[in-house]
Design a protein around this ligand. Structure first.
Ligand code: AMP
Ligand code: GLY
Length: 426
């Protein structure tokens, strides 16, 4: 099987690593890619949102399977583009079409979907320019904190948790009237704050059957003890200790099955990953958000725990035969620690020389923002630079192994959190 993977982060390095372990994987190409993915295949410098060039590349290289990493091309309709072409249509494809991707691309769509299918989530209302006066009245008297969400994709920045009604009114006005997040905030979802512990569950759907992957928890804040600004994710652990069988049974019965059935009854042929962001409130799961892809850095802990053949799972999914695939998961725990550039998530410098990778032992090093300079020397090329994943019998063991290697890799301005998984370690 010749496979194309789309994307260029740590998530895609983890995908490339797993795919390359399979004897089913002949040629692997990565549209985007980084020096990490280049260890397993050929990076192809095509703009991931240029679907016609991607399509031509697939035909020229006899591609059998396309796997899309990030949300943007999905929300923009890459699958629809392939489906509309008589030749491209026959290529296996992992990633939902434009309508399915609305689960992530529009908060209003996903909230209405959850409401329609009785999937537990926070109570909400949606406002636009046309009913902004009603919106102002609504947030003025809303219980606190109140959560405001830009409807569209806003690079992870579109969610505001307001501690006062005045702040909420002001933010609502800015989002809708002043387009604080551009067109993404022309519509705003206002919802109740859920008080609990967050975790994520990942589901792979072939449109009919599904497989549940290990749960994970990511650490979004830049500072230790979950302080400071939000980032794309500073580390992750999997599985999550409090997501025990009883809790996961509730997730499956109340959320996963109604989601899969809801998609079917809306005639959405959803083939791809569904990332379900959850809040555990008391003992019960509530959906905070859906994403139409895997998480990053969650992928860097979830995929390494898959023991069975990953390329075979992707193939079975694309063919609508996930029911025939036996998913096997390692008994161990995985943790990942993200090395980031000084200044991240604000402004940061790139181009810092990286050393010490060859000194690392017993961890998987997933490249995120790295590149080779003209002298073939590895340099930093992003805010999140590298995810260091390790296994252990428990979270403490896995994290401390990653930290040992985090100390060995050097680049100017390196920063990482030493407390990933802190609430599970004594
Ligand atoms: P999202 O972009 O939807 O993942 O939201 C970003 C973050 O905001 C989430 O990971 C939660 O930490 C927080 N959040 C979103 N919605 C709620 C809510 N209804 N109650 C509490 N926290 C929330
Ligand atoms: N780590 C969160 C995300 O991928 O959206």
């Amino acid at each position: 099987m010749n496979i194309i993977l789309i994307g260029s982060g740590g998530r895609e390095h983890a995908f490339a690593y797993k795919l390359s372990q399979s004897k089913l994987c002949d040629k692997l190409f990565i549209i985007g890619g980084n020096p990490g993915t280049a260890q397993y295949g050929t990076n192809v410098p095509i703009n991931i949102n240029d679907f016609s060039i991607a399509g031509k590349f697939c035909l020229d290289n006899e591609i059998d399977l396309v796997i899309v990493g990030p949300e943007e091309p999905l929300v923009k309709g890459i699958r629809d583009f392939f489906n509309a072409d008589s030749k491209l249509k026959s290529i296996g494809f992992i990633g939902p079409d434009k309508i399915g991707a609305q689960l992530e691309g529009s908060k209003d769509f996903s909230k209405a979907f959850m409401q329609k299918f009785n999937i537990p989530t926070a109570k909400y209302r949606t406002f636009t320019f046309d009913n902004i006066h009603e919106g102002v009245d609504y947030v003025q008297s809303h219980s606190l904190p109140v959560v405001l969400k830009a409807d569209g994709l806003a690079a992870g920045k579109g969610v505001l948790i307001c501690e006062s009604n005045e702040e909420a009114v002001n933010e609502l006005e800015q989002m809708i009237r002043e387009k604080k997040f551009g067109d993404a905030s022309a519509k705003v979802v206002v919802e109740e704050f859920l008080n609990g512990i967050e975790l994520s569950v990942f589901v792979l759907s072939d449109g009919n059957n599904y497989k549940i992957l290990p749960s994970a928890k990511d650490y979004k804040r830049i500072g230790e003890a979950d302080t400071g600004l939000n980032t794309g994710g500073m580390g992750a652990v999997s599985p999550v200790p409090f997501a025990d069988d009883a809790f996961l049974k509730k997730v499956e019965e109340r959320i996963i099955i109604p989601t899969i059935n809801g998609l079917k009854s809306e005639d959405i042929n959803y083939v791809g990953f569904i990332f379900i962001g959850l809040m555990k409130v008391g003992d019960d799961p509530f959906v905070i958000e859906y994403n139409c892809r895997m998480g990053d850095p969650e992928t860097e802990v979830v995929l390494p725990l898959i023991k069975s053949d990953f390329a075979e799972m992707m193939k079975a999914c694309a063919e609508g035969k996930l029911n025939e695939y036996k998913l096997e998961i390692e008994e161990r725990t995985a943790a990942t620690v993200m090395l980031v550039s000084a200044g991240y998530p604000g402004d940061y410098e790139k181009g810092k020389k990286m050393t010490g990778l060859n000194l690392c032992e017993n961890s998987l090093l997933f490249h995120a923002g790295t590149k080779l300079n003209e002298d073939e020397i590895l340099i930093t090329n992003g805010g999140r630079v590298m995810a260091i994943t390790s296994f252990g019998n428990n979270i403490g063991e896995a994290v401390s192994q990653s930290l040992k290697n985090a100390d060995k890799i050097q680049f100017e301005g390196k920063y990482f959190r030493r407390d990933i998984g802190y609430e599970f370690v004594n």
